[in-house]
Design a protein around this ligand. Structure first.
Ligand SMILES: CC(=O)SCCNC(=O)CCNC(=O)[C@H](O)C(C)(C)COP(=O)(O)OP(=O)(O)OC[C@H]1O[C@@H](n2cnc3c(N)ncnc32)[C@H](O)[C@@H]1OP(=O)(O)O
Ligand SMILES: CC(C)C(=O)C(=O)O
Ligand SMILES: [Mg+2]
Length: 509
């Protein structure tokens, strides 16, 4: 890694790769992913924070809703270029220009299919007529803006010689970006790279740049995009989480992090990578498109280590198994997931974060118990561990038998608690300013000591409303502070248990 870093320092200049995000156009073509205008504005603003250069906001002629969204996004967003898609049809171009009227910087993206499949079957046309229509469309679009991008749909399956003629013609007509889509995700990386190189070598591109737009039908979208960049493309068309038609588009996060992780290749983008994960989450939740757990960069497991050898390595030095710092993409931490494939190092580390230090022999014993449990249970949580090493409720002098709480808005918060102390049962009720206050007061009616809660921290372990809440508590008694801990999906129960955990410590002392 250092070698790459020093190589990079020696490089005089990194080349800029422009990031063209089409989450709101190609991504939104996915059934079930349609967003309303307000949601699109929210995504557009997130894309602006992320630092994309171009936002493809929609296809205005396709519906009044899409038209309105392009208008509103144009008003809401300041920095990125706002782009609208059209066919090589005058009406589409006029409507796009109208939708873009409020954009601070606007681009019309027009184009037509150039492969034999499209020319013969879709248009029943000829290669010469298609070039004519393409040129006409670009010239027409230039009447409304001098930022015109042309797409040669199905360029991936278009003969290179003919494609070069199309590109030459549209650049002469005024296109400043020419998009070479692998619309069907058919190309091999070397083939796609060679296509871009052929165009770079055979077309005068001093007034235009080439763009990649790759699809994922064979799982090669990112590889093809990078191959395009290495061979001369200077814009990449991508979507968050790789969403898009059929199997999807190239994922923004993959290309950006691949370029960032390989500075020796000499490319940079304007992306603020810390915004990648929050933007990915936003897109996933608004579009109701879950991200697969093993998705590169943004999947739940992308930085999770579950096998013992990996966990041991990561704990010694995270670079043994991580090529990206999760914080660089906006993920707070890497996670060590305890499973039957974990080793002693991971177990020891997790126990120490719970305030438990074990000697080698104790650790061996705990590890055997841990393996037995892990063979039965998929993931081992903190409360499982505490129970495992003997901090289970059964072993404590004071145990919570039951807890019942009534709380809510505009009701009195009351709690009833049953405790078992040295085998004998005690019950009490109390009210408080909240459910936790009521429950702790009820406990204090039973255990009549001068106890003061000094610190009280509730944390979610993972995420989601079904998550386990961890409670850490410092309870002062007779000028000494005792630590209490519990984890429970019910945070009120966890709070009472943590309090009792601390009380047990001074009762035992
Ligand atoms: C690869 C891509 O992602 S391309 C973008 C895909 N996105 C969309 O299709 C957006 C949603 N589409 C729509 O709302 C509609 O299809 C519209 C408004 C664009 C067109 O609707 P309609 O006029 O009803 O046409 P329809 O969808 O049935 O057929 C498409 C027509 O456009 C023509 N066409 C397709 N692409 C192009 C193009 N790039 N340039 C010129 N004409 C084109 C087709 O040949 C067909 O023409 P025909 O009816 O003369 O055979
Ligand atoms: C409209 C074009 C750019 C497209 O999405 C494709 O060819 O995949
Ligand atoms: Mg596409």
């Amino acid at each position: 890694m250092w070698e790459r870093f020093f190589y990079c320092l020696k490089q005089t200049k990194m080349e800029q790769i422009y990031v063209f995000d089409t989450t709101l156009r190609d991504g939104e073509q996915v059934p079930g992913c349609q967003l309303n205008t307000l949601e699109k504005i929210e995504v557009a603003k997130a894309l602006e924070r992320l630092g994309v250069d171009v936002i493809e906001a929609g296809f205005p002629v396709s519906s009044p809703g899409d038209f309105k969204s392009v208008v509103e996004i144009s008003k809401a967003v300041t920095w990125p270029v706002i782009c609208a898609l059209t066919r090589a049809v005058e009406k589409d171009i006029e409507v796009a220009a109208e939708a873009l009227q409020y954009a601070k910087r606007k681009r019309i993206h027009t184009g037509i299919g150039t492969s034999d499949y499209h020319i013969r079957y879709k248009f029943q046309s000829t290669p010469e007529e298609i070039i004519e229509q393409a040129v006409k469309a670009v010239k027409y679009a230039r009447r409304f803006t001098d930022d015109v991008e042309f797409y040669a749909e199905d360029a991936g399956r278009t003969n290179n010689e003919y494609l070069a003629r199309v590109v030459e013609a549209v650049v002469k007509a005024g296109a400043t970006v020419v998009n070479i889509p692998d619309t069907t995700g058919y190309c091999f990386p070397a083939e796609y790279g060679a296509k871009i190189k052929y165009l770079v070598d055979h077309v005068d591109l001093k007034d235009a740049i080439l763009s990649t737009h790759c699809h994922q039908d064979l799982g090669m979208a990112t590889a093809n995009t990078l191959s395009g960049v290495l061979n001369g493309a200077r814009q990449v068309e991508v979507t968050l989480n790789g969403i898009g038609e059929r199997a999807g588009n190239t994922a923004l996060e993959e290309v950006v992090m691949a370029l960032k992780s390989h500075p020796e290749q000499g490319f940079e983008t304007h992306i603020n990578t810390h915004e990648i994960y929050p933007t990915s989450r936003l897109v996933s939740s608004l579009m109701s498109m879950p991200v697969q757990a093993n998705k590169a960069i943004v999947g739940r497991n992308a930085f999770a280590h579950s096998s013992g050898i990996h966990q041991d390595g990561v704990l010694k030095n995270v670079e043994t198994y991580e090529i990206i710092n999760p914080q660089d993409v906006g993920i707070r931490d890497n996670s060590i997931v305890l499973t039957a494939r974990s080793g002693r190092a991971a177990l020891k580390n997790r126990l120490s974060t719970l305030g438990v230090t074990l000697h080698a022999e104790e650790l061996d014993k705990a590890y055997q118990k841990f393996l037995e449990l892990a063979d039965k249970k998929k993931n081992i949580h903190d409360e499982d561990l505490l129970a495992l090493i003997g901090k289970d409720a059964e072993a404590q002098r004071i145990q919570v038998e039951y807890l019942q709480v009534v709380s809510g808005i505009d009701v009195r918060n009351v709690a009833s608690v049953g405790l078992k102390i040295a085998g004998e049962r005690f019950e009490a009720s109390a009210s408080g300013n909240g459910p936790v206050d009521a429950a702790i007061k009820a406990v204090k009616h039973i255990i009549r000591r001068e106890m003061i809660i000094q610190e009280f921290l509730i944390q979610a372990i993972d995420r989601g409303s079904d998550d386990t809440g961890k409670v850490h508590m410092h309870v002062e008694y007779k000028d000494q502070v005792y630590y209490g801990f519990s984890a429970n999906t019910d945070i009120i129960a966890a709070s009472v248990e943590a309090f009792i955990d601390a009380v047990n410590k001074f009762e035992e002392a």
